[in-house]
Ligand binder design. Sequence first.
Ligand code: ADE
Ligand code: ZN
Length: 339
Amino acid sequence: MVLKAELHCHVEGAASPRLVEKKAAKYGADVSAIIQGGKFVWHDFTSFLHAYDQASMLFRTEEDYADLAEDYLLSLSRQDAIYSELFISTDHAISAGLDPRAYIEGLAEGMRRAKAATGIEGRLIATGLRHKGPEAVMAAARYIVENPHPLVTGFGMAGDERMHNPKDFSAAFELARDAGLGITVHAGELSGWKSVSDALDALKPSRIGHGVRAIENPDLVRRLADEQILLECCPGSNIALSVYGDFAAHPFANLARAGVPMTLNSDDPPYFHTDLAQEYEIAATYFGYDDEMLKAVTHTALKAAFVDEATRTALLERLYPDKTVRVADELFAGSLSSS
Ligand code: ADE
Ligand code: ZN
């Protein structure tokens, strides 16, 4: 059993079809266009985003979001995860008629319940939606900066990467960074390597969501390794969205061998028929990762997590119960140089 940590999962995208159907029954809504045979239906990125938006409209109260966070974190804990960062979207809350304050309080309550039941630790990353444009992303950043919450420790951007230019969002990211939030941004998923380097130049993230298309430019791969920019990699999502044809063609192992810090994540698990345990399993089956290498992936995630140092140390102590964190770090460095 390998302990796991997840840095990249969208809370709206973590809602299981079963939970969405339960909320649909509560609100008398028809979800037959987006759930069939107990599975979400979509056929490309645009229709995926549509199904995701429709499902999220059924989470309308603080308690709906407490249920969602609790349900997902309990399922992660059953997969031996000890840490979770969830992307949240105040835009989705507002579209569903929910005050962002109630949205965040609901999520925090669900996280408290799951932590009390299992010990799983978690943080939230506020996101703006790229396809909604610079003003909407600035509004999302401004909201979270003006309404800080101890569990919201990062800011990022999701949505359709094919729209707009990273520099259009510089002011929003600067505001978030100046407020002390950790910075991540989706890039190099639907668009190629240039999207990653433009995002690095304009938005200065310490982590990139996906980023796998960086493999198309060796100089950029070297830059990611030199600057130790972590990739929140989601292999199952990449195959489901046809970024790569199959796992054999996926660049995870090559990026890791080049020294880029790599993590495993589920993105929107029920939409992509995956979960965190399956992502670790994919790495074992297709990328040749043994348990020690998988544990190093968890270590990489914890080192880059948007948490205070006391929490990070406590999490690393859970990962290495019989070693000091200093010795664990040395072992980790050794496992990287020998791989
Ligand atoms: N929002 C939810 N999932 C996403 C993905 N895979 N890419 C961009 N935005 C998203
Ligand atoms: Zn994502």
